[in-house]
Design a protein around this ligand. Structure first.
Ligand code: AMP
Length: 190
């Protein structure tokens, strides 16, 4: 099983790249943000709860997110591996992910981070907001709050995985194909 945490600030291109990687390496792509948005669309209890946090650009409570992720992993017993996109977002979630995978005799093999400058991110996210219908992409204040939370709460995960020798930074600026090739070059060494 090959399990990859695809990491990087909002707007770094994780979703776009995950779509290529899952085909190339036959992995299941789990985006916690997408699962929340699906639940919001279908007006589930989980969706209603998540929406109150997501609308402000804040994180959904850890245990809610961890339970949801554990369910998605459990529902894919034949997976070759996973691309975790948007999860973990803090150390508590990272430790929970280790526990979830341990139950399958598996582990996170690598965290691959797409590195993109803040001002490029703000521009990309606001542009995406013009067409995506995502309310958390439509206001500069909320976009900047999400980037701030990433640096305050999430970026610490870089050292969590670095200490285990699992962190790989990849330049996330350039055309989509070039970035995919950079990611493939890292995954091929795992
Ligand atoms: P994303 O699509 O990854 O940008 O996530 C959109 C929003 O979903 C985030 O701003 C959070 O409100 C929520 N979310 C996604 N993943 C997580 C997570 N791992 N922990 C807590 N909240 C999350």
């Amino acid at each position: 099983m090959k399990n990859i945490v695809l990491f990087g600030p909002p707007g770094a291109g994780k979703g776009t790249q995950a779509n290529f990687l899952k085909e190339t390496y036959d992995l299941v792509h789990i985006s916690t943000g997408d699962v929340f948005r699906y639940n919001i669309k279908n007006q589930t209890d989980l969706g209603l709860l998540a929406k109150s946090y997501m609308d402000k650009g804040e994180l959904v409570p850890d245990q809610v997110t961890i339970d949801m992720l554990g369910d998605v992993v459990a529902n894919n017993p034949d997976a070759n591996g996973f691309i975790f996109d948007g999860f973990p977002r803090n150390t508590f979630q990272a430790e929970a992910l280790d526990d979830i995978l341990k139950a399958y005799n598996a582990e996170v093999n690598a965290m691959i981070a797409l590195e993109v400058d803040d001002e490029v991110l703000v521009k990309r996210l606001l542009k995406r907001g013009e067409t995506s219908g995502r309310s958390d992409d439509s206001s500069e204040e909320i976009v900047r709050n999400r980037i701030k939370i990433y640096y305050n709460e999430t970026a610490i995960l870089k050292s969590f995985y670095d200490q285990k020798g699992k962190y790989h930074g990849v330049n996330g600026v350039g055309d989509i194909d070039t970035i995919t090739q950079r990611l493939n070059a890292v995954i091929d060494t795992l």
